[in-house]
Design a protein around this ligand. Sequence first.
Ligand SMILES: N[C@@H](CCC(=O)N[C@@H](CS)C(=O)NCC(=O)O)C(=O)O
Length: 204
Amino acid sequence: MYTLYARRGTGSIAPQIVLDELGLPHSIEWIDRDAAARPSYLRINPTGKIPALKLGDDSVIFESAAIVIHLTSCDPANRLAPPVGTAGHARFVQWMVFLSANLYEASLRGYYPHRYTAAGAAGAAGVKEQGFADALRHLGIIEAGLSPFLLGTQPSAADIYLYMLTTWHQPSPAVIHDRFPALKSLCASIATRPIVAKVMAMNG
Ligand SMILES: N[C@@H](CCC(=O)N[C@@H](CS)C(=O)NCC(=O)O)C(=O)O
């Protein structure tokens, strides 16, 4: 039994979808911003961020990409990632880390620009613009690698994670869809998976 520490519309979306897609027994603990700052949550996840995942032995891991990689690695049927130790899995880990370290990171600069500048509101505007510009640059690399999914013909949890990140793009995900047709198709395909649609509705 897993417990996912989640907040609607945030980086807990992809772990929530993966838990549900793999049919893993889990509960969700919704953590609002105030709760995330409290010592009780900081003892669970010292970063104070969402998501975190409590495992069956009551230990907790954080970092959304690590959570998704762990969950998919535990699936004996390898439904959302190639078997561990194969070249396909190496490629899966590559994209998960690329997405987390670059695209997610660029989105955070877009969302919390004031944290990345000492120059107040004037500095924040530039940080925000650069964050979303960097996101477009990273998406250009992704677009060139799609065939039609990140790992080829079969969708994986990396595509679900990518889809989650695209939904955050400002001023709108349509900006991305207009610029990157292969990514637009990928997102349309992932969005129509019944569990993805259900989880996105819960996160609306
Ligand atoms: N690298 C972390 C980033 C987590 C993160 O920044 N989560 C956001 C929600 S999408 C959060 O908790 N933001 C609250 C804050 O930074 O105050 C991960 O992938 O889990």
